[in-house]
Design a protein around this ligand. Structure first.
Ligand code: NAD
Length: 279
């Protein structure tokens, strides 16, 4: 029997509808500023989706699109001005930044209270300590998907493929906090297939189209595909060979319509939380 689909699009829509209703009933209007440097086409699409989703939810939003030749110092000054702006409760610096930038230094300029991506060292430290208020959106969305489908986490073996600061590492920490036994795999891991096949929950965030085939999935496992790749024919695929893996897995996220919409929904919740408004 093919795996049950974890429908991130539907869950994200219901989270957004709840947030919209909650905001309509209060006087606080949360505000989000998105800072985009350069003209990476994928980043432009992501940013547009985020701003549009905020507007639809009743969140004030501003897009600060800066030309590719903007200096790092100027970007940090823009971020600092947004830190002081009382209309803005959340600041998101869209990654990747131009190669010449020190991304950590730019992220460090964001006030930790407005850091809706949860990437400031203070918020990452709080995540390690298990008391984070602003958690990176994609891993937070993954946990919401698992919980919504009542997938057991405690005592299960979770394997996370990818160790980025924005997805892999925080996803592993959140699963650990929920008492999973966690293995983190990366580009130097030997025999990735053997590691992946041990997973009750397999989170794939490697950025490699169709890296995970059916032979890497334990029968009945829950497969979370974070990867997003646009093929030359315009279609979107993930890091998992969806058609093959769904024949083996117990649950699986589609691409598109799985983790992506959940990331946007969590950004909305983080912005509302940063504004101190009830969710
Ligand atoms: P990244 O490039 O920063 O990190 C990729 C990680 O995968 C690295 O830690 C690397 O060691 C590991 N890796 C690479 N090749 C591997 C291999 N062959 N075997 C094992 N590990 C390997 O990427 P990221 O920012 O974490 O994003 C990962 C993917 O998720 C990308 O496709 C990105 O577009 C997508 N993404 C989607 C969302 C969403 O909302 N759907 C959000 C963030 C990222």
């Amino acid at each position: 029997m093919p795996a049950t689909l974890l429908d991130g699009k539907a869950l994200a829509a219901s989270i957004r509808a709840e947030a919209r209703n909650a905001l309509a009933a209060i006087s606080v209007r949360p505000g989000l500023a998105v800072v985009l440097v350069g003209d990476d086409p994928a980043s432009r699409v992501y940013v547009r989706n985020k701003v549009r989703a905020c507007e639809e939810t009743g969140i004030y939003s501003e897009l600060h699109a800066l030309p590719a030749d903007t200096g790092e110092h100027d970007v940090r000054e823009r971020v600092q001005a947004l830190n002081r702006d009382p209309r803005i409760h959340g600041i998101l610096v869209q990654l990747p930044l131009p190669a010449a930038f020190d991304a950590a230094r730019v992220l460090a300029a964001v006030s930790p209270r407005k850091d809706v991506d949860g990437l400031h060292a203070e918020n990452l430290g709080a995540l390690v300590a298990g008391r984070a208020k602003l958690i990176p959106c994609t891993p937070a969305g993954i946990l919401r998907l698992l919980d919504h489908a009542a997938i057991p986490i405690a005592g299960r073996h979770a394997v996370v493929i990818g160790r980025s600061t924005i997805v892999g590492k925080p996803a592993a920490l959140l699963l650990l906090q929920r008492d999973a036994t966690v293995t983190i795999c990366h580009s130097k891991t030997q025999d990735l297939g053997a590691q992946a096949r041990r997973a009750d929950i397999l989170v794939v965030a490697a950025g490699r189209p169709k890296l995970v085939g059916a032979d890497m999935v334990k029968p009945g496992a829950c497969v979370i595909d974070v990867g997003t790749h646009r093929l030359p024919d315009g279609s979107l695929v993930g890091d998992v060979d969806f058609a093959a893996a769904r024949e083996v897995a117990g649950w699986i996220t589609p691409v598109p319509g799985g983790v992506g919409p959940m990331t946007v929904a969590m950004l909305i919740l983080n912005t509302i939380a940063a504004a101190g408004a009830p969710r």
